[in-house]
Design a protein around this ligand. Structure first.
Ligand code: SF4
Length: 391
C-alpha cells in the first residue's frame, strides 16, 4: 500500500519485555517515525476503543444492514457533510436507487436532484461511473478487496478502506480527517496532516494497530473523532476512552495538535443572480458539462456586481421587464473559491427568449439547483407560490 514498513525491536529488562516500533521508509531506507506505543498498549487501545464503541455507537441507518452498497453510499455522502444532514438523503437515495444496477442506469437529472443540497456533485457523478464499471466488470457488485476498490472511479484510499473493512472485514485502515486528528493527538505527531505523505504514513501506522474486529475498530475511531476528539475546539478528553494512552492529553497539549499548515486564501468571485419570472415560470440554464457544478441548473447569472441599470441592459433581450426587486446578498464557500452574490427578482410581461422556463413543480422535483443558490431558489419559490405578477 505504501513505502513504509513497521519494525519492532524487543528489549528485555529484569521485570518485563519492552517493545519499540519504528516505521521504516523503505524507499529512502531510513527510520522516519518512532511509534510511541508498544504492542501491549496497542492491544489495550483496541480493547478500550471496542468496549467504548459497543456501548456508545450511534444508531445510524447505514449501520443497520451494512451491505457494501449501503456503506459506499453513506461514506460518499458523509464526506464534507454532517451525519444528521445525510440521513434523509441516504433514505431517499436507497429507496430510489436500491442497488448498483439502478444507479448505473439512473437518469443524470434524477441523480443530480437526489444529491441537490449535498454539494460536491462530482462525488455522485463518479458514483454513477463507478456503478457502470461494477456492472461491466464485477457482475453488478462492488469488488471485495481494498486493492480492487481503489481502482474504481471516485474511490480513494479512505473510501476503499471503509468499504473493505466495514462490509468485507478486510484488515485495512480507513483514515479520514477525523482519524488523522485522533492519531495525531495520541502520538503528538509533528507531521502536517494536510499532506498526502502524512496520510500514507498514518495508514501504515494504523495498519499495525488493527485488531480482528476491524470493522468496529475503524468505525470507533471515526466516531471518537466526530464526537469526542472534535476539531477547532477543546476535545472532550474527560469522556475519551483513550485518555490514558494519549500523549497530547498527558502533556495538556491537545489544542496544539494536529499540525496543519494554513491553506492558500480562496479566490473571491462576484456574481449577479437574476431570478427571472414570466407567467409563473422561471428562466433556467444548464451549466456546462465540465467544471464547477457541472450540468446543474442556475438562474440568469452575470460576472461582477452589476448595477440595476447594467442588469436591465443585460436582460433586455430576454423580454419586457415590468419590475425588478433587490434580493438578499449571499455568500457561498467552495473549496478553492467564494461566490459573493447580489440577487434580483425580475418580472416580465412578455418573454422574447425561449430556452428553459420551469414551473414551480419542476423547480422542486426535476431540476437540481446548486446549494450556492439556495437563497435565490427560496425567493423564487415564494414568488411563485404567491404568483406575485398576476395577483
Ligand atoms: S484524550 Fe483528548 S486529545 Fe486524546 S484522543 Fe482523547 S479526546 Fe483526543
Amino acid at each position: 500500500m505504501t513505502f513504509y514498513k513497521e519494525k519492532t525491536v524487543r528489549i528485555f529488562n529484569s521485570e518485563k519485555r519492552l517493545y519499540f516500533s519504528f516505521l521504516i521508509d523503505t524507499k529512502n531506507k531510513q527510520v522516519c517515525y518512532t511509534i510511541v506505543m508498544n504492542k501491549q498498549d496497542k492491544e489495550r487501545m483496541a480493547g478500550y476503543l471496542l468496549a467504548w464503541y459497543d456501548a456508545n455507537k450511534r444508531i445510524l441507518p447505514w449501520r443497520e444492514n451494512p451491505t457494501p452498497y449501503a456503506v459506499w453510499v453513506s461514506e460518499i455522502m458523509l464526506q464534507q457533510t454532517r451525519v444528521e444532514a445525510v440521513k434523509p438523503y441516504f433514505h431517499r437515495f436507497m429507496q430510489q436507487l436500491p442497488d448498483i444496477q439502478s444507479l448505473a442506469t439512473c437518469d443524470d437529472d434524477q441523480l443530480a436532484k437526489l444529491w441537490e443540497g449535498l454539494g460536491y456533485y462530482h462525488r455522485v457523478r463518479n458514483m454513477k461511473k463507478c456503478a457502470i464499471t461494477c456492472v461491466e466488470k464485477y457482475n453488478g457488485q462492488l469488488p471485495s478487496t481494498y486493492e480492487e476498490l481503489l481502482t474504481l472511479p471516485g474511490i480513494g484510499a479512505y473510501t476503499a478502506g471503509a468499504i473493505a473493512s466495514i462490509a468485507f472485514k478486510q484488515k485495512v485502515p480507513a483514515v479520514d480527517g477525523n482519524v488523522l486528528r485522533v492519531f495525531s493527538r495520541i502520538l503528538c505527531s509533528e507531521d502536517d496532516i494536510g499532506k498526502e505523505t502524512t496520510k500514507k504514513k498514518f495508514q501504515s501506522i494504523i495498519q499495525t494497530y488493527l485488531p480482528s474486529r476491524v470493522d468496529a475498530y475503524n468505525q470507533a475511531l471515526m466516531e471518537i473523532g466526530a464526537m469526542i476528539c472534535v476539531p477547532n475546539t477543546r476535545p472532550h478528553c474527560d469522556r475519551c476512552p483513550l485518555a490514558t494512552l494519549c500523549k497530547a492529553h498527558q502533556k495538556n497539549k491537545e489544542m496544539q495538535y494536529p499540525i496543519k499548515q494554513s491553506k492558500k486564501a480562496r479566490k473571491i468571485e462576484q456574481k449577479t443572480i437574476a431570478v427571472v419570472l414570466f407567467q409563473n415560470h422561471v428562466h433556467l440554464h444548464q451549466r456546462d458539462a465540465k467544471g464547477l457544478l457541472a450540468n446543474l441548473y442556475e438562474f440568469d447569472t452575470f460576472e461582477g456586481h452589476l448595477t440595476k441599470q447594467s442588469l436591465l441592459k443585460q436582460l433586455k433581450p430576454i423580454g419586457n421587464i415590468t419590475s425588478i426587486l433587490p434580493l438578499q446578498d449571499s455568500k457561498h464557500i467552495f473549496t478553492h473559491k467564494e461566490w459573493h452574490m447580489k440577487g434580483w427578482l425580475v418580472l416580465l410581461d412578455h418573454a422574447s427568449q425561449t430556452g428553459l422556463w420551469a414551473t414551480q413543480k419542476e423547480l422542486l422535483e426535476t431540476y437540481a439547483i446548486p446549494s450556492a443558490l439556495r437563497i435565490y431558489k427560496q425567493a423564487c419559490l415564494i414568488a411563485m407560490e404567491e404568483d406575485i405578477m398576476y395577483e
